[in-house]
Design a protein around this ligand. Structure first.
Ligand code: HEM
Length: 417
């Protein structure tokens, strides 16, 4: 295997590394010299523990693996599932109910059912409520800035956090009075990799179980007494395939993780990118190009990597892959591949075409919530451009400690001069 001249012990899933930066220079070296590279000493906490994994860094190879589920399975060791001594057999079995961890044909069945909730019509139907919500969030942030000593606020907690959770709650039809509890559980689940949040794995797992329990009860209630909402469509539709109450519980769990922290970080990174590229912010405020949201997702790539497991001996990028090997798909690297993107290091909100892999490599697991995420990003930046056009950076972002997420936990901003 060619030596890629990486720093001693390099591991692109190392949460300590990802706490300070995404390893873009190392990815560039790997793409050039060893695009499918065996990392022997993983420290990441995504299930790669101890065993080593293939780092797949080129755009074409990430796409290939994503679109060949018969060769690269999702049913073991994706980012969500974690096989180690801390996890019981029951928990492993339970995680198989999450669609992200399924292979066809089981995945196909579940995906066909849940897709009913994500049609363009369903997403458009949320637009007006989410537009009002986005506007209110930004107006409240402006008021908070007015009342604070330094005239500033934390963009992440004041603005980026709120809309993704509201969007999921709106979509599923979670009653208003239950939303605070749902938000609390969701936040506990996503933050526990970072010691600063003082949330342990146990608290994260407990929150997940409570959220699943709540969702299963909601499903059971709708089966008993159908309503005009998506829960009813997914669990109680007549004559078509339905989700069981268990499957629905795990689906809500997946949404709370997959649709929450991802969109929040796209929004936070997007604001940081705008404030460090003022000409792009001026352009956005003037023209609101429809291409902006996709470039924000490419630039941010909130999901750094997901995993697959080889189902048979095969070959990728000239490397022999053995049955059972773990394979890490590095979306952050693919999204900066100069074979596909001109000047990938340039933040250009008019980039078109923009075949980034931030929402996945186009296979059966391609992000179910993409249209919703794009809509949320547009709505929030339109609201910021209208209400807080003169926002400025008031400090370096503080990054999240996580193994697969490119996260910002604090972004201080100021208003005006
Ligand atoms: C899957 C990224 C927002 C729901 C995925 C995948 C990625 C991703 C990389 C895996 C694709 C694969 O394995 O091929 C993102 C990013 C988002 C975002 C970057 C925001 C900028 C959302 C939202 C929702 C959502 C808003 C729903 C409310 C899902 C679901 C899956 C998924 C359910 C699993 C699909 C399956 O297994 O078939 N997303 N996502 N995502 N995403 Fe998103």
């Amino acid at each position: 295997m060619p030596c890629p001249h990486l720093p001693e012990g390099f591991d692109a899933t190392d949460p300590d590394l990802l706490q300070s930066r995404v390893p873009l220079p190392e990815f560039a070296r790997l793409r050039r010299t060893a695009p499918v590279w065996w990392c022997p000493q993983p420290r990441g906490i995504t299930g790669f523990d101890d065993e080593g994994y293939w780092a797949v860094t080129r755009h074409a190879d990430v796409k290939y693996v994503s679109t060949h589920p018969e060769l690269y399975s999702s049913s073991e060791n994706t980012a969500v599932i974690r096989f180690n001594e801390h996890i019981s057999r029951d928990q492993i079995e339970a995680q198989r109910l999450i669609m992200l961890n399924m292979d066809p044909p089981e995945h196909t069945r579940v995906r066909q059912i849940v897709q009913r909730g994500f049609t363009p019509r369903a997403v458009r139907g949320l637009e007006s409520a989410l537009r009002d919500r986005a506007r209110r969030i930004v107006e409240e942030a402006r008021e908070a800035a007015g009342g604070s000593a330094d005239g500033g606020f934390d963009f992440v907690t004041r603005i980026a956090v709120e809309l993704p959770l509201q969007a999921i709650a709106e979509l599923i039809g979670i009653p208003q009075e239950d939303r605070a509890r749902i938000f609390d559980w969701s936040n506990k689940m996503v933050a526990y990799d970072d010691p600063e949040y003082a949330i342990t794995e146990e608290i994260g797992a407990e929150a997940a179980m409570e959220l699943i329990g709540y969702s299963m009860n909601l499903a059971a209630a709708r089966k008993e007494c159908p309503a005009e909402d998506i829960v009813t469509q997914l669990v109680a539709a007549e004559g078509e395939g339905n989700l069981s109450s268990d499957e629905f519980g795990f689906f809500v769990l997946l949404l709370a993780v997959a649709g929450n922290e991802t969109t929040r970080n796209a929004i936070s990174h997007g604001m940081h990118a705008f404030l460090t590229h003022p000409e792009q912010w001026e352009l956005y405020k003037r023209e609101r190009p429809a291409t902006a949201a996709e470039e924000i997702v490419r630039w941010a790539t909130p999901v750094v990597s997901f995993q697959r497991t080889a189902t048979q001996d095969t070959e990728l990028g000239g490397q022999k892959i053995s049955k059972g090997d773990r394979v890490g798909l590095f979306y952050s690297s693919a999204n900066n591949d100069p074979e596909v993107f001109e000047d990938p290091g340039t933040f250009d909100i008019t980039r078109d075409p923009n075949p980034h892999l931030g929402f996945g490599g186009g296979g059966p697991h391609f992000c179910l919530g993409k249209s919703l995420a794009v809509q949320e990003i547009e709505l929030i930046f339109n609201a910021v451009a209208d209400v807080l056009p003169d926002l400025r950076l008031a400090g370096d972002p503080r990054r999240l400690r996580a193994a697969w997420l490119n996260g910002i936990k604090e972004l201080r901003v100021g208003v005006g001069g």
